[in-house]
Design a protein around this ligand. Structure first.
Ligand SMILES: Cc1ncc(COP(=O)(O)O)c(C=O)c1O
Length: 397
């Protein structure tokens, strides 16, 4: 705190933590450049390349000179395509006028934070949860009002939790389904009840659907828009579509919010990347969909390998993750003082990178680790072998 104040920078910075996984990744890359083979179970991005059809569309856009500013809201063709996607995939009518193309879902989260919060106000969100969310709110002098969730709650907010934690400064609820770091999908009936509760209180519901498409259950999650047209929906081309570095996502807002969000989008971003938007026009092509479906199956096979393997080593996975590419596990008792100590030692001594729970909040964060399975099965097998040695070194197996 003293450092921040003496620096002359804004007070809000003291509440914004750096993303621990990025530091870990930097150290992992350093070890790798020294010749060590590092198993990356820390990263939050698919190991697969962007499908060729999307890349080709991006190259064609560059050649055709589509390198100028676009409308702040994004190109009409892409918004129309997304509108058709909601009709076909979710049976929901979403007018293209309600869709904003953004710089990743991060851009969408920034717009929503700017739109909804006055200083000192906040949104309820899960602990553990995606850490940037509360920092986006902080950037507008708001706050993430963290609600501890457990496996018994399905790692998601419930109407009871929302009732219990709602404060006079609460403006709404922000949740992700499937969630990072737990891979938990909110039960549809629970989401409907949460939506109704938020509505009753005159609040706003924001649902991050970025991991839609990457699910491993028979039942696909429906967009919240199917039963709450007033909800704000955040999504992205990063994960399912394998376009992390292209920085493209989208935000769906109620019709009444369109002029205000447009004003914010113009001022904050001018527009999303023109080239990425043109490339994304190929994202729903049969060719790309086919590749992405095969990748989804590969993720499922990896999850089905890693969950039992980790359990065998004594890691606690109370609830089978149903989506995304993460496993949130407790460490075996006696393994290390806390999750940061263990993840540091695992990287330095065994060259396996995993993210400590402290990246995702505070509630029992010291006891948890997040394992990402955005790596090939061969690497995951190597990671499990090394983990076994690490656990044995603590005299636990
Ligand atoms: C739940 C969640 N939301 C949003 C993001 C941000 O993704 P992007 O800005 O690449 O769309 C991530 C990235 O890991 C995430 O896990």
């Amino acid at each position: 705190m003293a450092v921040v104040e003496s620096s002359g920078y804004a007070h809000r910075l003291k509440d914004i933590q750096s993303f621990k996984v990025m530091k870990l990744l930097a150290r992992a890359n350093q070890l790798q450049s020294q010749g060590h083979q590092v198993v990356h179970m820390e990263v939050g991005e698919p190991d697969f390349a962007t499908p060729a059809a999307i890349v080709e569309a991006g190259i064609a856009a560059l050649r055709a000179g589509k390198t100028k500013y676009t409308a702040a809201q994004g190109i009409p063709e892409l918004r129309e395509m997304l509108s058709r996607h909601y009709a076909e995939e979710h049976g929901v009518d979403v007018a293209p006028s309600r869709i904003f193309i953004t710089a990743g879902s991060s851009g969408a989260l920034l717009l929503v934070s700017a739109l909804l919060l006055n200083p000192g106000e906040g949104l309820l969100m899960t602990d553990p949860g995606y850490p940037c969310n509360r920092h986006f709110l902080k950037a507008f002098s708001g706050e993430g009002q963290l609600v501890p969730v457990t496996a018994a709650d399905g790692y998601q907010l419930t109407p009871t939790l929302v009732d219990r934690h709602w404060q006079s400064s609460t403006r709404g609820v922000l949740l992700a389904s499937p969630a990072n770091p737990t891979g938990a999908i909110i039960d549809e009936a629970v989401l409907q009840a949460v939506a109704a509760g938020v509505r009753r209180r005159g609040g706003h519901l924001v649902v991050d659907e970025i991991y839609h498409g990457l699910t491993y259950t028979a039942r696909k999650p429906t967009s919240v828009l199917a039963f709450d047209p007033e909800a704000f929906v955040i999504n992205s081309f990063s994960k399912y579509f394998g376009m992390t570095g292209w920085r493209l996502g989208w935000l769906i807002v109620p019709e009444s919010a369109v002029p205000e969000v447009e004003k914010l989008a113009q001022n904050l971003f001018i527009c999303p990347s023109s080239i990425a938007q043109e490339a994304a026009l190929a994202a729903f092509s049969a060719e790309a969909r086919d590749i992405m479906e095969r990748q989804r199956e590969a993720f499922q096979a990896r999850r089905d390998f890693l969950v039992p393997a980790l359990r065998e080593l004594g890691f606690g996975i109370e609830r089978m993750p149903e989506g995304a590419f993460y496993i949130y596990a407790t460490m075996p008792a006696g393994l290390a003082a806390d999750s940061e100590t263990f993840s540091d030692s695992l990287l330095e001594n065994h060259y396996v990178a995993v993210t400590p729970g402290t990246d995702f909040g505070f509630y029992r964060a010291d006891e948890h680790l997040r394992f990402s399975y955005a790596q090939g099965l061969d690497m995951l097998e190597l990671g499990v072998d090394r983990l076994q040695r690490a656990v044995a070194a603590y005299g636990l197996s």
